[in-house]
Design a protein around this ligand. Structure first.
Ligand code: B12
Length: 455
């Protein structure tokens, strides 16, 4: 054993959060790399809905989950940060109560290094709280912060997080290098990860349960939509795994851990489908892997054709989501014309003919874009409902480093150095006056009412 490393998945601080298979995939990859390098790893998950101490506090029953394993987090209502004072919503911390986390920390052996991950930029109070508590329990132990917030808001994280080291970007090798350095193994050779296939499987076994496992068949995205941060998070560009290796990983979780739900986290799952997704689906069907598959991250509708839809159905896909963003062609053209209305209509048709019901198919519509009239959102909702699929509204907020961010700064909608709390998609449209709370609610009601009629 070269040393002991603690890995922490922190809380979410937000107005709303839902466990749509939220798993810290990047941190679990790093855990696997460290374990392979000879470190003992310990793991604390502040978002563990099945933590026995939490369940005991809630009366002992299992947490309510959907049949596919998603569900509500425990929420502790908190005072709003002053910047968000005027938002007419209840703010809170999602995940374990603080004392349960502290008890877990107290039971751990002193680690040599602690690694903390971070998700959405505006969730930074979560990692900050975790770092504060870790520092108070283990004074002198170095803490390294990485992840999406740490990458997109590197300067903010360096200045304010309290971490000793903040690492941007994909972190498998950087984390190992730092841990080696901090534990006196600086001269140890590093593994050569030339392709994604060289990485170990993410350490999902550290999680309390493996009923649902998230997986990446690729990293990055070949498209460059103006609102998306994928290329900033994956500067090495778009890379796909060997499709047979993906199926081997799915089988590994299914046969060894009884995993029944596999969730794809890819940005661009269907790109190069003939040599990638088709092969994955063919093999799942040929090998008789009986899992349920989900794509909570929207797929590219243009790439869903009849043969692909049929195979997805036969392979056991259950949650199928794609993105339309808006029915306004001019706006789609400006942001990255990856999908048209016709693509979405056609894709829904293919999926339905393959055997999916309208309730299996969800289409993301973006709301609160700069200068976007409410009517455009209502038209988009009407279009999706007329195609016979469910609408999922996603509220827009600009992400630092993207083209839309530059534009928002230039047009004075957000300050270049705005506190990342203001990136929150729940409030950004409201703060900018793009849509009021009442208007947002009206649009949501229209979407929900229409969704009820989808069969
Ligand atoms: C999967 C995904 C989701 C999942 C949930 C993911 C999760 N666990 O939270 C779902 C589908 C639910 C989702 C939802 C949303 N998402 Co999302 N999502 C992603 C996506 C595609 C992949 C994230 C991922 O797991 N990557 C794979 C792993 C391997 O990479 P990773 O976690 O980054 O880890 C690597 C590094 O970060 C680093 N690292 C990580 N941890 C650590 C720790 C240490 C110590 C070190 C050294 C390194 C390190 O090393 C890792 C391995 O290389 C990203 C885009 C992207 N390409 O990152 C968007 C992204 C994170 N999502 C985004 C958005 C906007 C949303 C939504 C708000 C969309 C909407 N408008 O509704 C919602 C809100 C979610 C909510 N409120 O609950 C934005 C972020 C916005 C922001 N301001 O931060 C992103 C960047 C996409 C974009 N538009 O550019 N999302």
């Amino acid at each position: 054993m070269k040393g002991r490393v603690l890995l922490v998945n922190p809380w979410i601080y937000d107005f709303a959060a839902y466990d749509l298979w939220l798993q810290p995939l990047g941190l679990l990859y790093i855990a696997a790399v460290l374990r392979d390098a000879g470190y003992q790893v310990q793991y604390l998950d502040c978002l563990d809905r099945h933590h026995p101490a939490l369940l005991a506090r809630l009366g002992g029953a299992a947490p309510k989950s959907t049949p596919y394993g998603t569900g509500k987090f425990y929420k502790t209502i908190l005072d709003k940060p002053p910047l968000l004072r005027d938002v007419p919503r209840r703010y809170g911390r999602y995940g374990l109560p603080l004392d349960i986390f502290d008890d877990d920390l107290a039971r751990l052996e002193r680690p040599d290094v602690v690694l903390v991950t971070s998700g959405m930029t505006y969730w930074y109070p979560g990692p900050f709280e975790a770092i504060r508590r870790i520092k108070s329990r283990f004074p002198g132990v170095p803490v390294i912060l990485g992840g999406i917030y740490a990458t997109l808001c590197h300067a903010h994280a360096t200045a304010h997080s309290g971490a000793d080291v903040v690492i941007a970007g994909e972190g498998e090798l950087a984390a190992l290098q730092w841990v080696n350095r901090l534990t006196g193994h600086a001269d140890d050779p590093l593994p050569a990860y030339a392709t994604l296939d060289d990485l170990p499987y993410p350490a999902h076994d550290l999680r309390r349960r493996q009923d649902a496992v998230v997986i990446n068949t690729s990293r990055g995205c070949p498209m460059h939509c103006t609102y998306c941060a994928s290329s900033l998070l994956h500067p090495a560009g778009f890379r796909q795994r060997n499709p047979l290796a993906v199926v081997a990983e799915i089988r590994w979780w299914h046969t060894r851990y009884g995993t029944g739900d596999i969730v794809f986290y890819d940005d661009a799952l269907l790109v190069r489908a003939p040599v990638h997704m088709h092969v994955i689906l063919d093999e799942i069907i040929r090998q008789g892997v009986r899992c349920r598959f989900h794509t909570p991250n929207g797929m590219h509708a243009r790439l869903i054709d009849a043969p692909l839809a049929a195979k997805m159905h036969d392979a056991g896909f259950k949650t199928v989501r794609m993105s339309l963003e808006t029915v306004n062609p001019a706006r789609r053209h400006e942001t990255g014309p990856k999908v048209s209305q016709e693509d979405v209509r056609r894709a829904i048709g293919h999926l339905k003919r393959a055997g999916f019901s309208g309730r299996d198919i969800g289409v993301y519509i973006l709301m609160g874009l700069p200068d976007q009239p409410l009517q455009e959102v209502l038209d988009s909702i009407e279009f999706v409902h007329a195609c016979g699929a469910l609408v999922y509204l996603t509220l827009y907020s600009p992400i630092p480093g993207t083209a839309e961010w530059q534009k928002a700064v230039q047009e004075g909608h957000i300050a270049a150095d705005a506190d990342p709390l203001l990136h929150n998609n729940t409030i950004y449209p409201m703060l900018r006056g793009t849509c009021s709370e009442a208007e947002c609610q009206h649009v949501k009601d229209v979407a929900l009412e229409g969704n009820k009629r989808i069969v």
